[in-house]
Design a protein around this ligand. Structure first.
Ligand SMILES: [Zn+2]
Length: 230
């Protein structure tokens, strides 16, 4: 996206010259964060992976019908949860491709800028302690920290998952809402704060809703959900 914007303002030749110069001064990582190809086109991805993501992109506000009144205010997402984006999320979660968190964050910051999303604090959707022990990290926290680096807004890991649950992918529809009901707790006062609630994927809305219940109990003013895919 950035490249397209830049080229429309400056022309391709000038952009390439500037990029070439920047590369000498600030050499970037030289392999694609997704497939490992020795070529980075933009956003840490090779040309093929980058355009695969753009092919699935929606860069929009998500409108859904929910079975109950949800506690979050708005939802935004970068792309559809299928094809390469789905595979990339799986890699971030299960194959320790932690660099993908930075790639997701770059696309997600585009959504923040496009929609002028106003927020005070970034809160990642938590994993249970057991899950973090097994995986070594919480993927939503990694994405949140990268969004923080790009926006200058603080991350507050104030929501806790108080018990481990089965993966939401094992459940359909209504059962997803029962699976995560009451498992999130927030113990920090958030009076008057607008929260950017960050996760890798938004599906039923159940996880975002029960995180939002905890955040609103702690007096959060507004909750905007932002995910890489939906
Ligand atoms: Zn690639």
């Amino acid at each position: 996206m950035y490249t397209k914007f830049k080229q429309s303002f400056l022309g391709k030749g000038i952009c390439e010259a500037i990029d070439g110069l920047l590369e000498i001064i600030f050499p970037s990582e030289s392999v694609c964060a997704n497939c490992g190809r020795i070529e980075v086109y933009d956003y840490g991805l090779c040309k093929e992976c980058y355009f695969e993501v753009l092919n699935k992109s929606i860069f929009s506000k998500v409108q859904r019908n929910y079975p109950i009144k949800v506690e979050f205010d708005e939802v935004y997402s970068v792309c559809r949860y299928e094809g390469l984006p789905k595979e990339m999320i799986r890699r971030l979660k299960y194959k320790e491709k932690v660099e993908l968190a930075n790639v997701f964050a770059k696309f997600m910051v585009d959504v923040i800028n496009n929609f002028n999303i106003d927020f005070d604090i970034i809160v990642p959707v938590p994993s249970s302690k057991k899950r973090i022990r097994i995986r070594g990290y919480n993927q939503a926290s990694l994405i949140a920290r990268n969004i923080s680096n790009l926006t200058g807004k603080k991350v507050l890991e104030c929501v806790e998952k108080i018990r481990d649950t089965k993966s939401q992918t094992l459940f359909k529809d209504q059962n997803r809402w029962y699976n995560v009901k009451g498992v999130f707790k927030c113990s920090t006062d958030l009076s008057g704060k607008n929260i950017l609630l960050v996760d890798d994927v938004f599906t039923s809305g159940a996880t975002a809703h029960f995180n939002s219940v905890a955040l609103k109990k702690s007096n959060a003013k507004k909750i905007i959900v932002l995910t890489f895919a939906t």
